[in-house]
Design a protein around this ligand. Sequence first.
Ligand SMILES: C[S@@+](CC[C@H](N)C(=O)[O-])C[C@H]1O[C@@H](n2cnc3c(N)ncnc32)[C@H](O)[C@@H]1O
Length: 292
Amino acid sequence: MAVHHEPVLRKEVLESLQVHPGGTYVDGTVGLGGHSEALLEASAPDGFLYGFEWDAASLERARKRLARYAGRFKLFRANFAEAPSILKREGLQVDGIVLDLGLSSFLLEASGRGFSFLKDEPLDMRMDERATLKAKDLVNRLSYTQLVELLRAYGEEPAAERIARAIIEARKKKPLETTGELASLIESVVRKRRRGRHPATLTFQALRIAVNRELENLERFLSEAPEILKPGGRIAIISFHSLEDRLVKRAFRLDPRLEPITKKALKPSLEEIRRNPRARSARLRVAERCEP
Ligand SMILES: C[S@@+](CC[C@H](N)C(=O)[O-])C[C@H]1O[C@@H](n2cnc3c(N)ncnc32)[C@H](O)[C@@H]1O
């Protein structure tokens, strides 16, 4: 399947990280290797990249894409929340770190793991298949109150109660197994599209965040990443929804080890959004490691 290969905000990430030959960089969300490739290209001939990605299939694709830079990168199949401790163990400090949060086009369109409500696939949503908890476990096992809390906390879903009630009623007859079943159940109780969004958008976002513990991973990363940055080194984070962006903004503002570089989040140009509509909600924030 054809998937989009241009990394989001490529130019802005390279400029704000001040990527230079000989520099050492971390890509915490390698995905299909778009930002990794850009970092290796811009730090040629001798820059080095440490890449982290927890989805095995994405990592294999990225490895092939980066093959021509052999000897200049090391990839780990690991959660980026582990990256600071892994690199600290190797005694490393780096010049720049990028995180491009969320889903790749590969996970969304070709993984078969139920990330899209536009496809009928098993309700799985694990980005890391070594994890045991799937979306169907949450949908079929949480109580009404827990479902409402999940939809509010991770989806900011205004119809949380209505959706939770519908889930509880539906699963009395039979457990919900597929994205198609869940999406049409939500459509039957929330007909109106808000801001042109499919009624299941926020529920799918909430389940995905919970299954992958996305906010916990980001918080842990934010608290430990400054330790692996050289003084003057930079960290650039692209987020796709306000829950993530708020965490990043707060950490960059409050962490005494960091100085925010972007006063306001950078957004993709209209031209980039035209080429890659999925970039439209991307927000980039950058911070610099202060001198100790
Ligand atoms: C938006 S994509 C990155 C795309 C990449 N920048 C590129 O240009 O191809 C996000 C990727 O991060 C991975 N990911 C998300 N959270 C992660 C985590 N906590 N640890 C490791 N990888 C993670 C996802 O599996 C996905 O492949």
